[in-house]
Unconditional design. Structure first.
Length: 279
């Protein structure tokens, strides 16, 4: 038991989390007893702050499902959430010590298991944290896993990820994850709303993504999305918009292999690119 820590990108900081607890698939038991009163208080305050600004900014499907997380005054027990989540969409949460490699991540999603980091940020990181913690993963991601169509999309993404790994196309596919599951926008009857977890769990990016005139918002198109780089340390300058979760699911039904082949060697778009690059 025990796996090597995982780092994506360049960082001078050591990886967070205790990877000595990780099994071969990088999952571990949620160490609920290790949470301190300060940890639970941090979660409660984050939950209160973020839930207070959802109306008019977050997808209605997200708002309706959020109470299904259960406890909000403390970090929820994953097993408690799983009782409701499995009944709704046959998904379940599994604890992980932090970031995990691509193939184990894809494999978990393909089997309807969502990896949730089990540690929480410190009070000093209350407003911003680089890595995903238990608040980001639970509050940001899990409510929409109660939506059957979106839940099926996430499983399909995991299946596609396993294929992409065999084709050397993980970077292209990762951009689809980033611009949908993490930073996606959706048009609803009331206007533009957020459904991406990175937006929904961020105090500042939620109103920025929906209302600010600064970023560009483009209709989701697979090839444009897969060619668009992204930033992890600032608000996004480009967002991709869908009309419904059904549209997202149907858009990703096709075989991506021909798309990967077409895109190899083509110029990419910078995260803030406003005009297409020459072919």
């Amino acid at each position: 038991m025990g796996q090597a820590p995982v780092v994506y990108g360049q960082s001078s900081r050591p990886p967070r989390g205790d990877y000595s607890r990780a099994q071969e698939d990088y999952t571990c038991a949620q160490n609920f007893a290790a949470y301190t009163a300060a940890d639970h208080d941090t979660y409660h305050r984050l939950y209160q702050r973020q839930s207070a600004q959802l109306q008019g900014l977050a997808s209605e499907a997200f708002i309706q499902a959020l109470p299904l997380l259960g406890a909000k005054e403390r970090i929820p027990r994953f097993d408690d959430v799983n009782e409701r989540l499995y009944r709704a969409t046959r998904w379940e949460l599994v604890a992980v010590p932090g970031l995990i490699p691509e193939v184990p991540f894809f494999s978990l999603l393909a089997n309807r298991k969502f990896p949730v980091t089990d540690w929480i940020r410190t009070p000093q990181e209350f407003d911003y944290i680089v890595e995903p913690d238990v608040f980001h993963d639970l509050f940001g991601h899990v409510p929409l896993l109660f939506n059957p169509v979106f839940a099926d999309y996430v499983q399909r993404y995991g299946e596609g990820g396993l294929k992409a790994a065999g084709l050397g196309a993980c970077e292209m596919l990762s951009r689809l994850y980033w611009y949908t599951i993490e930073f996606g926008l959706i048009r609803e009857q009331g206007g533009l709303r957020a459904y991406g977890a990175g937006i929904l769990s961020s105090r500042g990016e939620l109103p920025y993504a929906v209302h600010s005139p600064e970023p560009q918002r483009l209709p989701l198109e697979l090839e444009r999305t897969m060619r668009t780089r992204y930033k992890i340390d600032t608000y996004q300058q480009t967002y991709f918009v869908i009309d419904s979760f059904e549209q997202l699911f149907e858009l990703t039904a096709q075989d991506f292999a021909p798309i990967y082949e077409r895109l190899r060697g083509q110029p990419e778009f910078a995260a803030d690119a406003r005009e297409p690059l020459p072919a």
